[in-house]
Design a protein around this ligand. Structure first.
Ligand SMILES: [Zn+2]
Length: 316
């Protein structure tokens, strides 16, 4: 009698151990077996959503419409990444908080993708106003790079490639689906590049005045010249003297448009437009898109084509 009880107990113990032993290996993805992907800024979110398709759960960390250069992750965001399969960030200085975030995450199975790690990047050129009149030093230092790669459609192709490679590595069974979605995305990006190339080929005036220095890769790709009112982040505002210099440049170069960042009130652009009498027009830096715009069906692509229409008029 005693003996039989022992035997049943040990069988139950073995079953329990087998169940416990199996559990962790099944739950790196969520219960439906979908990849759970965290992305930092909007363009990564859209590209990852498109490549992952309906079999992947993609989440955006920088909330819709909030200033991406000013974001700090909450403790809740850190906790969420503990359960993620993939974390995708822009790199190139866009998310100065990433090292400390990842330092406090203990998810050993997390695949971390820096979307610009293999990219040819532009250095930040220090402008005169960075050190003028004993102002505070900016957060940027020599050797820092411009993070706004997504505004160049061909660098966006490289971002898509980094995302695709990561998803295929983490969920090899769905590689074919990811590849098909990735190919469609790349085709759309190449079409976008061709439209920019064609429309901006022979500008009457290649100089564009923009709200903050977000358009360095775009202007490099299409042979335009960016004159930025604020620095690499909209938080780096110019001095009064620097604004005065931009007013002079607009007059001297006969520039017909002053752009402002679509997410901001554009008060500095307004100062220049008022002084010079030229048009003030929004140009979208796309680091973040408002919920209102998303609800209205706007995407990376519709906004890039809207930007192109605005640019065409400005360089005519
Ligand atoms: Zn920016």
């Amino acid at each position: 009698m005693m003996k039989k009880t022992y035997k049943i107990a040990s069988v139950l113990l073995v079953i329990a151990l087998v169940l416990v032993g199996c559990a962790p290996s099944q739950t790196s993805s969520d219960s439906e077996g979908k990849l759970l992907v965290y992305t930092t800024i909007y363009p990564l979110y859209e590209f990852a959503s498109q490549i992952g398709g309906s079999d992947t759960e993609v989440r955006l960390m920088v909330p819709a419409g909030s200033e991406p250069h000013d974001y700090e992750p909450s403790a809740k965001a850190v906790g969420a990444i503990e359960n993620a399969d993939i974390f995708i960030y822009n790199g190139s200085g866009m998310e100065p908080w990433v090292d400390s975030l990842l330092g406090s995450v203990s998810n050993d199975d997390l695949l971390i993708i820096n979307a610009t790690s293999t990219m040819d990047l532009l250095s930040i050129v220090e402008t005169e106003n960075d050190h003028e009149d004993g102002e505070e030093e900016s957060d940027h230092h020599e050797g820092d790079t411009d993070p706004h790669v997504w505004l160049d459609p061909l660098r966006a192709v490289q971002m898509a490639e980094a995302i695709y490679d990561g998803m295929a590595a983490m969920d090899p069974e769905r590689t074919q689906v990811f590849k098909k979605n990735y190919d469609e995305l790349v085709d759309a990006l190449k079409e976008l590049d061709a439209a920019y190339e064609k429309a901006l080929m022979n500008p009457s005036n290649a100089n564009i005045v923009v709200g903050h220095a977000a358009f360095g890769y775009l202007t490099q790709r299409y042979h335009l010249n960016q004159i930025a009112i604020a620095g690499i982040s909209p938080l780096e505002e110019p001095s009064a003297a620097q604004l005065g210099k931009i007013v002079d440049v607009v007059n001297e170069l006969k520039i017909n448009t002053v752009f402002y960042d679509a997410l901001t009130s554009g008060k500095l652009s307004n100062v220049i437009a008022t002084e010079t009498g030229v048009a003030m027009v929004p140009l979208h830096p796309l680091g973040s898109v408002t919920q209102q715009d998303l609800d209205a069906g706007k995407t990376y692509f519709t906004i890039m084509y809207d930007n192109l229409e605005a640019l065409k008029k400005a360089v005519q």
